[in-house]
Design a protein. Structure first.
Length: 155
């Protein structure tokens, strides 16, 4: 009975520590985008990445996917993090997601391909690359349709 209580207490302490760390990462990411100072933004994001990479990826993915302006701000910072951590497939994946949000499909495809090269079983990278290809083709078809429409109006 004493062992059970002791081990349950240790598990609870571990869970509380993980929640506190997750909240720290969430606050660092939030503070990064609340600042207008690019150096401070980069410092907050780097600190969040160092603290807990998995929580950092989750928080930043949420920010990038739902706010185009923050996605724009995050891309150069992600590129700097990639320079420091070139083997982190999650950073490439995040940057690719941000590029999709901004309509930069060619570079999103490049980032997705890099992730697939690093981790062939990363299914989200295949989904991202397929989505970017589909959007790119749709964009090309739309441009061709507009061109045909303009030519028709001229005649």
């Amino acid at each position: 009975m004493i062992k059970l209580v002791l081990s349950t207490g240790i598990v609870l302490i571990g869970i509380q520590a993980a929640i506190a760390q997750s909240n720290d990462v969430r606050k660092l990411v939030k503070d990064a985008f609340a600042s207008n100072d690019q150096i401070q933004v980069a410092a907050h994001l780097d600190q969040a990445y160092q603290k807990d990479t998995e929580d950092f990826v989750e928080e930043l993915a949420f920010v990038i996917c739902y706010d185009k302006q923050k996605a724009q701000a995050a891309l150069p910072l992600l590129s700097k993090l990639i320079e420091r951590h070139p083997d982190d497939k999650y950073l490439y994946h995040l940057r690719g997601c941000g590029k999709i949000v901004l309509g930069d499909y060619d570079n999103a495809i490049t980032d997705a391909s890099k992730v697939i090269e690093m981790e062939p079983f990363f299914s989200a990278a295949y989904d991202m690359r397929a989505f970017a290809f589909r959007k790119k083709v749709m964009k090309q078809v739309a441009a061709e349709t507009r061109k045909q429409n303009l030519m028709r109006k001229e005649n």
